[in-house]
Ligand binder design. Structure first.
Ligand SMILES: Cc1ncc(COP(=O)(O)O)c(C=O)c1O
Length: 510
């Protein structure tokens, strides 16, 4: 992990609202980064001045944490040269009975370390797979506020309707809604969804092909478990959503990142020569760039998948929100040979915390998916599923989407106006005519992680584009800016604050 990447990694994990002193959090996070080898032995940590500035915390706090880490043997400090990660982390020295402390090169003071209580970082007992998951985790502690990407405006959810349905179902208590779910989920919801997906998304399905899950993460997990074995290859788009990337890694799949061009995923001849078991694509709205997969590319992928018997997982996470043009038909609707597994979610259309999503699987697989889902996850939430089925049947779902599409379209324009007032054409936005975020490109070679960390220090959440690529150091630089959850009147002031962070970080705007 480079020093600038470390600042961003730390900034994403420090939580000013959780009641734990920043000193303790920073200390624990640095221990974790060293023990998981995210910060490899010998690497230089940023100076206390720089780290304090990038995290927006006191320099004294950083100095004290560094001093403690020196005492514990995690890092060495060399006057005039800086602070470096020790060659052996203290738990290796103390924890391994056969290790000869005298050979523990570079540890500052084994005696001092032995005298202190052993640190208990979260990664100590984890498997290799677990430690890798935690080290690469992208999830943010904060999920709300300007400019959180991918989060809808949950304050506009029709709470009154929902509460009426809630009361209705609890008044007439039905034991069958309080038990585990039958495999696949509540029939009423599967029916309502089949109607919606057929008419709005051109998905070809019967209710029996729909499996209700807790969201796209779980849908992808289930599909991968049932259709592949550890070691199988999956094509993922490069860039892609880090959340599903983590799900794939933990399943033991080998991800092969495939570049994306203006027509969507673009496998080269070398890629095509080695057919994968699965591919995961976002055809309606490439995440995070916003490209729409062309019809020619859709046809090519479907034909290739048919010939080589690969599965295509179509992640249709936010296709309902297109501004200026009609939502596009799904890839699944073009599939005539049953190669596509379609996954969707109510996370963007209603609210992320609802945790209800769905898979549409080929008819021949439906029974197995339903059984596996109940077997693996012991599904529940039937009461919420009943409420949701009625919410859809009464027309609230489609009218909520219509209302939010107008609102998000306005917010997107307000953000674009604020950006162009401040930067003209210098920082162009891409992928903004659909979805809940846009990508603002930063000049080549600029460090988007530092900009994001500087923004976070000012209480603005943006995500660095490079982090979505398989090789962040070679990736284009940019920021994902979510506008959907920010009230119209707060967008311009929040953008000004973001601009302060950009100007303070990138010399060309200083
Ligand atoms: C491309 C993409 N897929 C899936 C998800 C997550 O979906 P869910 O909340 O249903 O698990 C996200 C969330 O931001 C996303 O961006």
């Amino acid at each position: 992990m480079r020093a600038s990447v470390l600042s961003d990694w730390l900034a994403q994990r420090l939580d000013r609202g959780n009641g734990q002193p920043i000193y303790r959090q920073l200390h624990r996070l640095l221990q974790q980064a060293i023990l998981s080898r995210e910060l490899p032995a010998g690497s230089k940590v940023p100076s206390s001045r720089l780290l304090a500035q990038e995290l927006g915390i006191g320099r004294n706090t950083v100095t004290q944490v560094y001093e403690q880490l020196v005492l514990e043997g995690y890092v060495n400090s060399a006057t005039g040269r800086g602070t470096f990660v020790a060659d052996s982390a203290p738990d290796e020295i103390i924890g391994a009975p056969d290790a000869d402390p005298a050979q523990a090169r570079g540890a500052a003071s084994t005696q001092a370390a032995a005298a202190l209580p052993l640190p208990q970082p979260a990664t100590r007992a984890l498997s290799t797979r677990g430690a890798r998951l935690i080290a690469g985790a992208g999830v943010s502690k904060r999920q709300w506020g300007a400019f959180m990407p991918g989060v809808p405006d949950v304050t506009k959810f029709p709470a009154r309707v929902w509460s009426r349905l809630h009361n209705k179902y609890w008044r007439r208590l039905r034991p069958d809604l309080l038990t585990y779910a039958p495999g696949g989920g509540l029939p009423a919801l599967r029916h309502a969804l089949a109607d919606y997906l057929r008419t709005s998304r051109s998905v070809r399905c019967t209710p029996g092909q729909i499996i209700i899950t807790t969201g796209i993460h779980q849908s992808v997990d289930l599909a991968v478990r049932l259709l592949s074995d550890p070691g199988d290859v999956i094509w993922t788009e490069d860039p892609c959503y880090w959340g599903v990337r983590s799900v794939l890694h933990v399943s033991g799949l080998q991800s092969r990142p495939i570049a994306v061009d203006v027509e969507g995923i673009a496998p080269c001849a070398d890629d095509l020569a080695q057919p994968p078991k699965l591919m995961l694509v976002t055809p309606s709205h490439q995440y995070p760039l916003g490209t729409v997969m062309s019809l020619a590319r859709r046809r090519m992928l479907l034909e290739y998948a048919r010939q080589h018997q690969c599965w295509i997982i179509e992640d249709d996470y936010d296709s309902e929100f297109r501004y200026g043009s009609r939502p596009l038909a799904s890839l699944q609707g073009l599939d005539t040979s049953g190669q596509v597994i379609y996954v969707g979610s109510f996370g963007k259309t209603l609210f992320p915390g609802l945790r209800i999503g769905y898979l549409v699987v080929p008819e021949a697989l439906a029974e197995s998916f339903a059984t596996a889902s109940a077997e693996l996850y012991r599904e529940g939430q039937l009461l919420q599923q009943a409420m949701l089925a009625e919410f859809i049947a009464e027309g609230h779902f489609t009218s909520h989407i219509r209302k939010m599409r107008t609102l998000y379209g306005q917010r997107r324009q307000t953000l674009l106006d604020a950006a162009s007032r401040r930067y003209g054409d210098a920082l162009p936005a891409v992928g903004g005519d659909a979805g809940l975020h846009l990508v603002m490109q930063l000049p080549d070679g600029s460090d988007d992680r530092r900009v994001a960390a500087a923004a976070l220090a000012r209480n603005i959440i943006v995500r660095p584009l490079s982090g979505y690529y398989a090789q962040p150091s070679l990736a284009p630089s940019g920021l994902l800016i979510g506008y959907a959850c920010v009230p119209d009147e707060e967008i311009a002031p929040a953008f000004d604050t973001l601009a302060e962070a950009i100007d303070a970080t990138l010399p060309q705007f200083a």
